[in-house]
Design a protein around this ligand. Sequence first.
Ligand code: BYC
Length: 322
Amino acid sequence: MTAVTADAYEAAFDAAVAADERIEPRDWMPDAYRATLVRQMAQHAHSEIIGMQPEANWITRAPSLRRKAILMAKVQDEAGHGLYLYSAAETLGTSRDELLDKLHTGRQKYSSIFNYPTLTWADVGAIGWLVDGAAITNQVPLCRCSYGPYARAMVRVCKEESFHQRQGYELLLALSRGTPEQHAMAQDAVDRWWWPSLMMFGPPDDASAHSAQSMAWKIKRHSNDELRQRFVDICVPQAESLGLTLPDPDLRWNEERGHHDFGAIDWTEFHEVLKGNGPCNEQRITQRRRAHEEGAWVREAAAAYAEKHRTAQHTEPGEATA
Ligand code: BYC
């Protein structure tokens, strides 16, 4: 490509982003834009499938058939979200195998939140209310992301996440209004999941390596701190309706800012979890690798089946098929 043509392509890309148009797989895009999308979308996809583990832990112990059916549907939805996101990432010229290999060898991340254990049934409610709630807050703006396949995948993901958030809220409400032991169990789960949920939004803006560029490219529409604040403001009245408290003595309404002030986040804990030292990092990745190995025969069978149909389609009428 000559320098003039390269400049023209870049100008067309910049103009499309400035005009809020979607960038599509066939369009020219800067290498760094592509790499940023692959990084974020892969991390997002990995989070969806690793996120199945803490909740699946409770499927066999759900307290009723209704709760079990709901939880199974939710965990299946997360697998579906992973599928949409890996497929969207593949439009950028990477393969699912490559992305999974990077996850399994620790070269790509997944969300910090899934390195915490689900100790009681109430944790299923706290994950739905807080973790899915944080995910929606982060993902609704991604429906307007500049990269078309990612934005479109997010529309369906967000619809399903909002059902997940409501089931978590409803589960916690039932516990909160139940026996004193059930209420205490719900409170304990919220106490443990609150701070890790705030960490899901990523480091504070002044320590966020990628935010400025991702916002200029309209991949991200809001900064990490803006979305975290939005989430806190949403959760405070919901916690009141639930009859539960949020474990932060510094949480209070600030009239001047029109937002809630909240206490300091333990960023040392966040960085330790990212480094692999969270309570469940090892367990999660070991389980993921095992699931991948144990699923090899399914992938092989699916590929053989697809191949059989591909050759059958190319067989002339009257010709013998295997
Ligand atoms: N965990 O410059 P920054 C879900 C990394 S779950 C781990 O601010 P960026 C679900 C970051 O990757 C949620 N790592 O980065 C719910 C970067 O490291 P690298 C999944 C994190 O990308 C229920 C470094 O820290 N959602 O959906 O501009 C059940 C500096 O950060 C985290 C998504 O992935 C973290 N929490 O902003 C099942 C949403 N935060 O890559 C599933 C899409 C930051 O330089 N992603 N890091 O080594 C995003 O919106 C953005 O990637 C983030 C981070 C806001 C998360």
